[in-house]
Design a protein around this ligand. Structure first.
Ligand code: HDE
Length: 695
């Protein structure tokens, strides 16, 4: 007889902290088949003799492999890569005048939410830091049913009309003949399409800006994009635009840094969200609306139904509604993050739509795509999608029906079930009775025709570093286009947006004077800058939520280490220790430290601020490591605040970074550490940029 290998230890029943979202297991410790049969051996298939053929009879093997073979479902056609968490929303006060939506009435009520962030173009396995718009979807499990606010981190969109969406997405996805590039807009089909669609110009400015490479989901704004309606109990309606503002402030990566993070940690954003919540440093966002009447909207010099336009906050300021806190990681990525189904048509009484043609198209698309993605019209029964309030109707059957509806009747009206389920005209959803009339037309309204003024508005509202990055973004992406005609066409559009921007991009491409001449349909107007559009104008001076990387060695100065930990904690930041090897190190006082990373796996792009502090005995060894040299050089190139102690100077020499290069390179010996912490709150040394990246 062949000797049997030992079976894996029994698996206990899994109970996560979610309470309701986990699979049912049998008794503790017992592994079974899906039919509940206890499994005696889960490691060896049934064979004839010890080396003989496998038997078809082995139903345990077949059940396990068959289930595995069908584990994957289609990924989302857009927003395939995402990460999510649970939390709650709480209104600051009652907003009765504005809306009758129940979850905005009572400040003592915490409405559970599920929030998913995503990139758009890449597939589920792509990297987090691609240049892309980020999805920002929130499902509010309200007492009146689920409300889904399915937004993005950019307040405008590429196109006016839903009928163009498949073309836009086909253009940005990998080119169909060759199947690349993955998760990138920097290729011919994308730029060819958008350069032939002038309505994309405003969104392109945002996509080429720092907004498209956020530092963290926790430091990212969100927008409903379209104009929506809010309706109060008196039936009065106002238009609204939704805004989410992160309490930590809005911050971004530097492009070169984003590219390097893509290799060093493709899960950078999801790891960041997961770890923050696990450490109980819960991310928060304020939900606000811009509220305006139809009359006000008629007075604007753009059409509020046009999703390529925003309403400047200088014209309509934000009204804060409440706060969202994400305080619980998912128990199971597939069951929750992957299977969640958001849908812009999931509204509650008090929230309604506008005639934005992009929004109207979305109202159809989401349910439709979810039918094929989740495989059945019963996907609302999946725990993460299920309303937390009671729900009941006479919809029946279908694939994967998991409920057992009882009773003889599945129709209404009926007189057989004592009228249990009936409509509720007093509380049910009623559509706002907007007055509509007109011919049926397939045309583009002239009120959407100005494609350049708000693109210019965005550019002129930026700070100098933000402007530089936009120019750099265009130059990088157009430089990746093979067809020169795409570049000359785009330069023609940029000439209409801003001459200086167009010149910078043309110069970077070596194509000065090569722009196409493009005639706008309507004259480009000179907008008043909107400082609210610049993320760095309103960024807080703060280290909260950020990460300091301490590159050190055995024998690290215990005093410095402790002082750094203490200062970081006081600023709500964290310190992670990086050493050339991952084993424990000792301070000069003999205390043990377990490093968080070993050097070759943790380049400086993973940290917001770095401190280089080897012991004097090990400084030579550290400076002989190319990863350490790159660590310092990249931190400087990425405009980071760099702290150092004297023993690090050889390493700085090797990295060609002068220790007195600028105010961001700081000796942190003794009391000078607090000076570094203060400077680090500024996030980057923007003035360094022209010295490290000539434009
Ligand atoms: Fe989406 N979008 N979209 N979109 N969208 C989807 O629905 C679609 C648009 C957004 O985390 C899909 O379930 C059309 C704007 C987010 O699960 C699909 C149009 C905005 C997510 C779909 C748009 C968004 C999606 C793919 C043009 C910002 C991820 C998978 C009319 C306001 C949701 C799915 C999640 C997902 C269609 C444009 C946001 C195919 C047709 C504008 C955040 O239904």
């Amino acid at each position: 007889m062949a000797k049997k290998s030992s079976s894996a230890p029994p698996v206990g029943s899994h109970t996560g902290n979610g309470g309701e979202l986990h699979q049912t297991n049998t008794g503790p410790g017992r592994l079974t088949t899906n039919q509940g049969l206890p499994v005696a051996d889960d490691q060896n298939t049934l064979t004839v003799g010890p080396r003989g053929p496998q038997l078809l009879e082995d139903f345990i093997l077949r059940e396990k492999i068959t289930h595995f073979d069908h584990e994957r479902i289609p990924e989302r056609v857009v927003h395939a890569r995402g990460y999510a968490a649970h939390g709650y929303f709480q209104a600051y006060e009652s907003h009765t005048e504005l809306t009758k939506a129940g979850f905005l009435q009572d400040p003592s009520v915490k409405t559970p939410v599920f929030c998913r962030f995503s990139t758009v173009a890449g597939s589920a396995g792509s990297h987090d830091t691609a240049r892309d718009v980020r999805g920002f979807s929130v499902k509010f499990y309200t007492d009146e049913g689920n409300y889904d606010l399915v937004g993005n981190n950019i307040p405008v969109f590429f196109i006016h009309d839903a009928i163009k969406f498949p073309d836009l997405i086909h253009a940005v996805k990998p080119e169909p003949d060759r199947g690349f590039p993955q998760a990138q807009s920097a290729h011919d089909t994308f730029w060819d399409y958008v350069s032939l669609s002038p309505e994309s110009m405003h969104m392109l400015m945002w996509i080429m800006s720092d907004r498209a490479i956020p530092r963290s989901f926790r430091m990212m704004e969100g927008f409903g994009v379209h104009t929506f309606r809010m309706v109060n109990a008196k039936g009065e309606s106002k238009f609204v635009k939704f805004h989410w503002r992160p309490m930590l402030g809005t911050f971004s990566l530097i492009w070169d840094e984003a590219v390097k993070i893509g290799g060093a940690d493709p899960d950078f954003h999801r790891r960041d969200l997961f770890n923050s919540i696990a450490m109980k440093s819960f991310p928060e966002w304020e939900l606000s609306v811009q509220v305006f009447t139809e009359d006000q909207a008629n007075g604007f010099d753009f059409d509020v139904l046009d999703p390529t336009k925003l309403v400047p906050e200088e014209i309509v300021p934000l009204t804060p509604l409440g706060k969202m806190v994400l305080d619980r990681n998912v128990d199971n990525f597939f069951a929750e993050t992957e299977q969640v189904a958001f849908c812009p048509s999931h509204v509650v009484p008090g929230i309604d739509f506008s005639n934005d043609p992009l929004l109207q198209g979305r109202l159809f698309s989401y349910l439709d795509t979810q039918l094929s993605r989740l495989g059945s019209p019963n996907f609302h029964q999946i725990p993460v999608n299920k309303p937390k309030c009671p729900f009941a109707n006479f919809q029946r059957d279908g694939h994967m029906q998991t409920e057992v509806p009882t009773g003889r009747v599945a129709n209404e009206p009926n007189s057989l079930d004592n009228g249990v389920l009936r409509e509720d005209p007093a509380h049910g959803f009623t559509t706002y009775p907007a007055q509509e009339s007109g011919q049926k037309l397939r045309i583009r309204t002239e009120s959407f025709a100005d494609h350049y003024t708000q693109a210019r508005l965005f550019y002129v509202s930026m700070t100098e570093p933000e402007k530089r990055h936009i120019a750099g973004g265009f130059a990088f992406e157009l430089g990746k286009c093979v067809e020169p005609k795409i570049r000359t066409r785009m330069l023609g559009h940029l000439n209409l947006i801003d001459q200086d921007l167009a010149n910078k991009v043309a110069e970077s491409l070596g194509m000065t004077g090569k722009a196409d001449s493009i005639e706008p349909v309507v004259k480009v107007r000179e907008p008043n800058p909107s400082p609210a559009l610049s993320q760095y104008t309103k960024a807080p001076n703060s280290l909260a939520g950020k990460k300091i990387g301490l590159l050190t060695t055995d024998g690290v100065d215990a005093k410095l280490y402790k002082a750094l930990m203490k200062s970081a904690k006081a600023e709500k930041a964290i310190v992670e220790v990086i050493t050339p090897t991952i084993g424990k190190i000792q301070t000069d006082k003999g205390d043990e430290i377990t490093p968080d990373h070993f050097l070759s796996g943790a380049p400086s792009c993973l940290f917001d601020v770095v401190v280089i502090a080897p012991s004097s005995e090990n400084a030579g060894m550290l400076s002989s490591q190319s990863a350490a040299v790159d660590f310092v050089r990249d931190a400087f190139g990425h405009l980071k605040i760099i702290g150092y102690i004297q023993s690090a100077t050889t390493l700085f020499d090797k990295a060609s970074v002068a220790t007195d290069a600028d105010e961001g390179v700081i000796d942190v010996t003794g009391a000078k550490l607090s000076q570094m912490i203060d400077v680090a709150k500024r996030h980057r040394i923007w003035d360094r940029e022209p010295n490290v990246r000539a434009f």
